[in-house]
Design a protein around this ligand. Structure first.
Ligand code: COA
Ligand code: AMP
Length: 638
């Protein structure tokens, strides 16, 4: 029996013993005597009587144990032409003083702090400083606009916002502070405090009394120690898109999170303390939380914070330059980033220009990895390339080729097998286990492992209804897929109205809400259609109100601008088409899946429940004109 099977069986036979052993990797202020408490089923509590501090485990203990002079964080920013390294000792110094400044501001255990920043070291310092105080951070991705930011500030109840004056992209400065100002206007509280990192590339105006410059905020602040917190206390809230317009506040606890991430660094990623680990993601996403910040630091690795893109900063060799320059051992990125590189350097000419000798393994996640992308990457890098599957809710991989245990044969298109900790079932429409090769709903058997979100912020009932009610005894991932005859899992796509655009998770419900708010729009539908680069892109269809004539093109352009303003540029909604009617069932449900099938050029049927089949007759040529439906591929069946 291989090491993967042996470990998986060991976990399955004794989950509590397994996680008790894994918890040894963590320094506890009070070692837990209870490993799993299921008294409050269906929400399990891991290590409920344990006490720890996540920042202590990620920073201070490494200094204590002699890693003070090891690089903890390498900030590599091609957009500002900066490379700066912080040792663990320096990180401890920065974080403990920033925690002192936040404490002076009144931030303490359980208080929420919103972080709206690009990929700069101060963002990581702020996350860790919150953890140090037992405060709860909520990072909002910089590509979201003011309204999204405001809704997260309101839902989390944060009084302190730490932001930067701007982000910097390949095209130049992207102001952040005006969006914060607008968001705080929407929040409408006069209690807010806004701490601003002034970047010389685009400094911001400060509002006296409310705003303070980051360095001034730190002036004279004492270094403070780590505050022990309960293992089940929240470490952070990370909002993610659900099926409705209201984002879900995914809660992460301290104890289970530290244990699971530490374990995954070794077992899944095969990373050792001292290795350089690079996740080319963003701190605004779960990958950034888990594998730019907490995972590598908990494990005593050096993490790379990369403020750049896979292409355009300056070229498609950027990733390979970073690997060579910082001697990266393990790298993590999204398939969409590889596709962007492949488009510009299809024969891998730039790869050959760099010494990638340090690189052991590349991990891909964030969206389904098409086999071509995986094969191209492994052919050119000549190293294992591992597709692995997880989601914001899980916080760490659910299915992977766990190379730290054993490299299993790679099957392109499959994220391999369940990671120990996860018993994953594919369930058919009758609620029964699906046969091998038969697609169904992918569900995780309860109890969920350490590190998995225990609940939603302000939303325990929503958590139960959204995730636990659909399939009793299981967590429903909202992904569909199947197992093959070798027990490999294939994850094919979402079963809900969440779409994945360039590795970014978006709610079509939220997009529709914005389109429908336009004064001329009667109703709207948004679907995610297949895109060779971004995986999916949103396509909006709108029906205008009576009397709004001859303005189709103008309204469509206004709608694209409206989504960009209200949700943010990350929505990447570029195409809105005006139609006479939306295809619906007789009970009024919009047939989004059918629209998607047609736009993707896949086989589709006229649904028997359709209210007016003629609507589809109009839609097909329209989608073809828009460039979506390839007439040669389209198959219509009755
Ligand atoms: N702050 C402000 N604006 C941002 C932003 C940020 N942090 N991130 C993205 N945006 C803006 C972009 O500038 C772009 O605006 P534009 O329409 O004016 O060009 C828009 O949001 C869309 O951004 P994106 O979808 O990221 O496209 P891109 O062309 O800038 O980059 C990729 C393409 C593939 C490089 C990028 O999408 C990527 O790295 N994706 C991987 C995502 C990921 O890591 N997911 C987590 C799982 S690993
Ligand atoms: P997020 O919560 O933003 O990380 O998005 C999670 C969703 O992205 C999952 O539910 C999947 O739909 C998709 N996803 C992530 N990784 C993979 C993968 N390796 N294969 C297929 N889908 C993936």
């Amino acid at each position: 029996m291989g090491r993967y099977d042996e470990t998986y069986n060991r976990w399955r036979n004794d989950p509590e013993g397994f996680w008790c052993a894994a918890s040894e990797a963590i320094d506890w202020e009070r070692r837990p005597e209870i490993i799993l408490d299921q008294a409050h089923t269906p929400i399990p509590a891991w290590f409920p009587d344990g006490q720890l501090n996540t920042c202590f485990n990620a920073v201070d203990r490494h200094v204590r144990d002699g890693r003070g002079q090891q690089a903890a964080l390498i900030y590599d920013s091609p957009v500002t032409e900066t490379v700066r390294t912080y040792t663990y000792a320096e990180l401890q110094d920065r974080v403990s003083h920033l925690a002192g400044a936040l404490a002076r501001e009144g931030v303490g255990r359980g208080d929420r702090v919103v972080i709206y920043m690009p990929m700069i070291p101060e963002a990581v310092f702020t996350m860790l400083a919150c953890a140090r105080l037992g405060a709860v951070h909520s990072v909002v991705f910089g590509g979201f606009g003011a309204e999204e930011l405001a809704s997260r500030i309101i839902d989390s109840g944060a009084r302190v916002i730490v932001c930067a004056s701007c982000g910097i992209g390949p095209a130049g400065v992207m102001p952040y502070k005006p969006l914060v100002d607008r968001a705080l206007d929407l929040v409408g509280s006069d209690q807010s405090r806004c701490v601003v990192v002034q970047r010389e590339q685009g400094p911001a105006d400060l509002i006296p009394g409310r705003d303070i410059e980051f360095e001034r905020f730190l002036d004279g602040a004492p270094a403070v120690d780590c505050v022990p917190v309960g293992a089940t206390d929240p470490l952070y809230i990370l909002y993610t898109s659900g099926t409705t317009g209201i984002p879900k506040g995914i809660v992460r606890d301290n104890g289970g999170h530290a244990v699971a991430l530490s374990w995954s660094m070794d077992a899944v990623y095969g990373a050792q303390s001292g290795d350089v680990y690079w996740a080319a993601s963003d701190i605004g996403w779960v990958v950034g939380h888990s594998y730019i910040v907490y995972g590598p630091l908990l494990h005593g690795c050096t993490t790379v914070l990369y403020e750049g893109k896979p292409v355009g900063t300056p070229d498609a060799g950027a990733y390979w330059r970073v690997i060579e320059q910082h001697r990266v051992s393990v790298m993590f990125t999204a398939p969409t980033a590889v596709r962007a590189i492949k488009r510009e350097d299809s024969d891998g000419r730039l790869i050959a220009e760099y010494d990638l000798g340090s690189l052991r393994t590349v991990f891909l996640a964030g969206e389904r990895c098409d086999p071509d992308t995986l094969v191209w990457t492994s052919d050119h890098l000549k190293r294992p390339v591992v597709d692995h599957w997880w989601q914001t809710e899980s916080g760490w991989p659910m299915a992977a080729n766990s190379v730290g245990l054993e490299l299993l044969p790679v099957k392109p298109g499959s994220p391999t097998k369940p990671v120990p900790g996860y018993e994953i079932h594919v369930i058919d429409s009758d609620g029964l286990p699906a046969a091998v090769g038969e697609q169904g709903a992918i569900c995780v058997r309860l109890p969920l492992p350490p590190g998995f979100t225990p609940t939603l912020w302000n939303g325990e009932e929503r958590f139960i209804q959204a995730y636990l009610a659909p399939q009793p005894g299981y967590y429903s991932t909202a992904d569909a897929g199947y197992y093959d005859e070798d027990g490999y899992l294939y994850v094919m796509g979402r079963t809900d109205d969440v779409i994945n655009v360039a590795g970014h998770r978006l709610s079509t419900g939220r997009l529709e809400e914005i389109l429908s708010s336009h004064q001329d729009v009667a109703e709207s539908a948004v679907v995610g259609v297949a895109d060779a680069q971004r995986g999916q892109v949103p396509l909006g269809l709108v029906v205008l109100k009576n009397g709004v004539e001859h303005r189709d093109a103008q309204v469509a352009a206004e709608l694209v601008a409206l989504v960009r303003e209200r949700l943010g540029p990350v929505a990447a909604l570029k195409q809105v088409a005006v139609v006479d009617a939306l295809p619906k069932t007789r009970s009024g449900k919009i047939l989004r899946a059918t629209i998607r099938q047609i736009a993707d050029g896949r086989a589709w049927k006229v649904p028997p429940t359709i209210e007016d089949a003629g609507v589809l007759d109009d839609l097909v040529p329209l989608l073809r004109r828009l460039g979506y439906a390839d007439a040669g591929v389209l198959v219509t069946e009755q």
